[in-house]
Design a protein around this ligand. Structure first.
Ligand SMILES: Cc1cc2nc3c(=O)[nH]c(=O)nc-3n(C[C@H](O)[C@H](O)[C@H](O)COP(=O)(O)O)c2cc1C
Length: 173
């Protein structure tokens, strides 16, 4: 099975999750990973399976994700497909599944695409690498939502075992 994994990332965590999905797949050797910009140039019809992963920044996925899906809606409908979102709200158990995560629900409202499989993963907060403004805003959001606020630290919430299971489930779809 030829697979294409497309990522939309700002700080790299979504790409890292894509790499883990690939490495845990039995189709690893026939899986390609590319970023969203490159995907616009690609003929995706030559792949049997398309997986798209996108992170959340200030409440939304990159609008280009929706453009890409609209542009390729027929190809996406005619092959195996999956979508996953990366955000920090998903670190909370009650918002960690596709049916309970608000960004996945918003995604489903914003697109006509019904992927065969949906996923949601908690991302990472790398305080030291953020700009002063972003660091202050994210720290405030974390404070309000009961998350970690020590700006000297990096907090990776990603459940790598969950990513592995997702990859195995994708292989079975
Ligand atoms: C500036 C900024 C804004 C963010 N906004 C949100 C948000 O609105 N909701 C959320 O759940 N996570 C938010 N996050 C968390 C990111 O989704 C998380 O850091 C994720 O790992 C980013 O993935 P990426 O490195 O692939 O871009 C934000 C992170 C940053 C740095």
């Amino acid at each position: 099975m030829n697979s294409l994994i497309i990522y939309s990332t700002t700080d790299g965590q979504t790409k890292k999750i894509c790499e883990s999905i690939k490495n845990n797949s039995i189709y690893k050797k026939s899986t390609e990973i590319i970023n969203l910009n490159e995907a616009f140039e690609k003929k995706i019809i030559k792949y049997d399976r398309i997986i798209i992963g996108a992170s959340i920044r200030y409440g939304r996925h990159n609008p280009m994700v929706y453009k890409f899906i609209e542009k390729n809606k027929d190809a996406l409908k005619n092959r195996k497909s999956a979508f996953f979102s990366v955000n920090v709200v998903a670190r909370k158990p009650e918002k960690s599944t596709p049916s309970t995560n608000p960004y996945i629900q918003k995604f489903l409202k914003n697109t006509n695409w019904q992927p065969n499989k949906l996923g949601v993963f908690a991302g990472k907060i790398d305080y030291p690498s953020l700009t002063l403004l972003n660091r202050s805003i994210i720290r405030l959001i974390m404070f309000i939502t009961g998350g970690p606020t020590d700006i000297r630290n990096v907090y990776e919430f990603t459940d790598w075992e969950g990513v592995k299971i997702f990859s195995q489930e994708l292989d079975e779809m």
